[in-house]
Design a protein around this ligand. Structure first.
Ligand SMILES: O=C(O)C(=O)C[C@H](O)[C@H](O)COP(=O)(O)O
Length: 203
C-alpha cells in the first residue's frame, strides 16, 4: 500500500528531548495516526527514530528533513521505514532510489513535479504547501499532471487540512500541529492523542 494512503495526516515531529519520543509516538498511534515523520532538525532525531522503531510496534516511523545521502544512510540504520525531503536534487534522488526504502521527495513547482515524474515518481511531498500556493496551486497542477499525488506539508492547520484532503491529487497531508512543543514539554499525551484522533477523523 502507498505511504499516502495509510493515514489522512502524517504528524511531522520535532523532538527536542529524546525521552518524549516513545510516549509521543504511542499517543499518536492511539489516536489513529500510525505514520510518524521525525525531522532530523534536532540532534536527537535519529535516536528518536531508533527508539520509536524499537518500542512502538504500531508506528510506521520515518525520517524527515532528508538533505543528503548521509542523512538517508543514518536514518535507515536508525530504523526509518520511509524518508521525506523538503526538496529534491538529482544527487539526492539517486540516493533515495539506491536506498530501496519508500520516500516522498519534496517538490513545489510544475517543473520540479515533472522532473520527478520523468523519473517514474508519482507520490511527492508538496512543500512548503501554503507558501508555495496552497490549495489553488494544487488544484491547478491536477489539470495537466493528474497522475501525480501529493502530501502537502508546510503551514497546514487542522482548519485547512480537510480542504486539502478533498482534492483528488492529495493523498494525505503533513503537519506539526499534532505535537505542540508545550504538550511535548509537559508530557500532555492525552492532548496529543486527542489532536491525533481529530485528525484521523478528517477522512
Ligand atoms: O523539516 C522538514 O523536513 C520539513 O520539510 C518542514 C516541515 O514539513 C514543515 O516545517 C511542517 O511544519 P508546519 O508548517 O508547522 O506544519
Amino acid at each position: 500500500m502507498s505511504l499516502l494512503d495509510l493515514a489522512p495526516v502524517i504528524p511531522v515531529v520535532v523532538v527536542d528531548d529524546v525521552e518524549t519520543a516513545v510516549p509521543m509516538a504511542r499517543a499518536l498511534v492511539a489516536g489513529g495516526l500510525p505514520v510518524i515523520e521525525v525531522t532530523l532538525r534536532t540532534a536527537c532525531g535519529l535516536e528518536a527514530i531508533a527508539r520509536i522503531a524499537a518500542e512502538v510496534p504500531g508506528a510506521v516511523v520515518g525520517a524527515g528533513t532528508i538533505r543528503t545521502s548521509a542523512d538517508i544512510a543514518a536514518s535507515v540504520e536508525s530504523g526509518a521505514r520511509f524518508l521525506v525531503s523538503p526538496g529534491t536534487t538529482p544527487a539526492l534522488l539517486d540516493a533515495f532510489v539506491a536506498a530501496g526504502v519508500p520516500f516522498l521527495p519534496g517538490a513545489a513547482t510544475a517543473s520540479e513535479v515533472m522532473a520527478l515524474a520523468e523519473r517514474g515518481l508519482d507520490e511527492l511531498k508538496f512543500f512548503p504547501a501554503e507558501a508555495a500556493g496552497g490549495l489553488p496551486y494544487l488544484k491547478s497542477l491536477a489539470g495537466p499532471l493528474p497522475d501525480v499525488r501529493f502530501c502537502p506539508t508546510g503551514g497546514i492547520r487542522p482548519e485547512t487540512a480537510r480542504d486539502y484532503l478533498a482534492l483528488p491529487n492529495v493523498g494525505c497531508v503533513g503537519g506539526t500541529w499534532l505535537t505542540p512543543a508545550d504538550a511535548l514539554a509537559s508530557g500532555d499525551w492525552a492532548r496529543v492523542e486527542k489532536l491525533a484522533a481529530e485528525a484521523a477523523a478528517l477522512r
